[in-house]
Design a protein around this ligand. Structure first.
Ligand code: NAD
Ligand code: ZN
Ligand code: ZN
Length: 377
């Protein structure tokens, strides 16, 4: 089959690789109909996540048709159309049983954190879904059958960014009437703005520095937008226009945020796991006693992390990998009822063969790219 593979920093290639095969009785193989690139994939191709072997198959936002099932699989059958959540979860450990699917104790043979499809050996070493076929482990747990009347584009993002953005707003404890700042207008930030409105936020301020993404936020989400290049201190500016700071700041940026020169040096010296520009903004943009919900993914170590700024102002910090499984049924229900739609963020529909180009435009914010969906079969 064909798959998008990691070859080194800023180097992905579409290659012929071996078809996946069922090893365990509860594995299944999905023939992929749609797969997307995520901002998290950019951390991989920027070399920010350790233990990425050359040739590793990328991708954790995938859906398709069940092609083959191991003999213990009962949840789905050949021919079912399914979406596959990005965390790999066993379904019966303490963490899976307590809605912390992304911290499953059994799925990652290589470490303490839960496993993620297509996300390095550190996260379990499971080949990803930017491919013609995907092997899905624990097939009685993760995959969810989707109704025929919904298109791939309506449901594909249930695999990651729909639950992630919903969870980011929920973990921020957004309430009716709140002022919410969303840092980042990539796919995750744009959907976060929608959920914040859905959950009753009165004022939503979206921050980025890419003009076409800010324009998308304004047009489709009807939010206030702010280009952080317009000020030397965005956090202070937001504190001023919100009269003391937002109730909730949701960081949808992560370690590949825009870096200062000092940060570039610190990252190169491994003193810092990438940018913390969004964290610095959050310290000022949130009001005293407010909450910062970190959805953006961060690296291990941060020199000069502004802990005291959070401490002195009684800020609650919450973060982590989204336990996607918990949120899929309720969001699927909203999509089915026509109460929520995320398809406006799709700017590019490409074939898997165009994978290298797809990564380039998404990474370098070319051609007004927001979200790429690829059709491998
Ligand atoms: N926690 C989870 O479970 C989970 C799941 C999915 C994605 N993510 C993470 O969410 C983040 C966003 O994903 P995406 O697909 O939207 O990525 P993206 O790279 O398309 O979007 C990030 C946006 O942030 C903007 N930006 C950079 N620095 C900024 C700053 N200091 N302030 C405000 N905006 C800034 C960029 O211009 C870009 O538009 C990534 O870190 C990704 O890994 C986390
Ligand atoms: Zn993702
Ligand atoms: Zn588990």
């Amino acid at each position: 089959m064909k798959a998008i593979t990691y070859q080194g920093v800023k180097d992905v290639k579409v290659k012929k690789v071996d078809d996946p095969v069922i090893d365990r009785d509860d594995d299944m193989i999905v023939k992929v109909t749609s797969t997307a690139i995520c901002g998290s994939d950019l951390h991989l191709i920027h070399g920010m996540v350790p233990n990425m072997p050359k040739g590793f198959i990328l991708g954790h936002e995938t859906m398709g048709i069940v092609e083959e099932t191991g003999k213990a699989v009962t949840k789905v059958k050949k021919g079912d159309r399914v979406i596959v959540p990005f965390p790999v979860s066993c379904g019966h450990c303490w963490y899976c049983e307590h809605d912390l699917w992304s911290q499953c104790d059994n799925s990652n043979p290589n470490g303490e954190v839960g496993a993620i499809l297509g996300y390095s050996n550190t996260y379990g070493g499971y080949p990803g879904g930017q491919a013609q076929y995907l092997k899905v482990p624990y097939a009685n747990v993760g995959p969810v059958v989707v109704p025929e009347e919904l298109t791939d584009e309506q449901v594909l993002f249930l695999s990651d960014i729909l639950p992630t953005s919903y969870w980011g707003v929920e973990q921020g404890s957004v309430k009716q009437g709140d002022t919410v700042v969303v840092l980042g207008c990539g796919p995750v930030g744009l959907l976060t703005q929608k959920w914040a409105a859905y959950m009753g936020a009165k004022r939503i301020i979206a921050v980025d520095y890419i003009g076409y993404r800010l324009a998308h936020a304004r047009t489709y989400n009807n939010v206030e937008v702010y280009n952080f290049n317009d000020s030397d201190n965005t956090g202070e500016y937001i504190k001023e226009i919100t009269h003391g700071g937002a109730d909730v700041v949701i960081d949808c940026v992560g370690m590949d945020g825009k870096m200062t020169v000092i940060e570039m040096v610190e990252s190169a010296l491994k003193l810092q796991g990438g940018s913390k520009s969004a964290i610095e903004m959050s310290t000022q943009a949130v009001r005293k006693g407010g909450t910062v919900s970190m959805v953006g993914v961060y690296g291990a170590r941060y020199n000069a992390f502004p802990l005291g700024d959070f401490f002195a102002r009684n800020i609650t910090l919450k973060m982590g990998q989204c336990p996607a499984h918990t949120y899929i049924p309720r969001i699927l229900d909203l999509i089915r009822k026509g109460s929520f739609d995320a398809t406006d963020i799709i700017t590019h529909r490409l074939s898997l063969d165009q994978g290298e180009h797809a990564y380039e435009i998404f990474d370098e914010k070319k051609d007004n790219c927001i979200k790429v969906v690829m059709k491998p079969n």
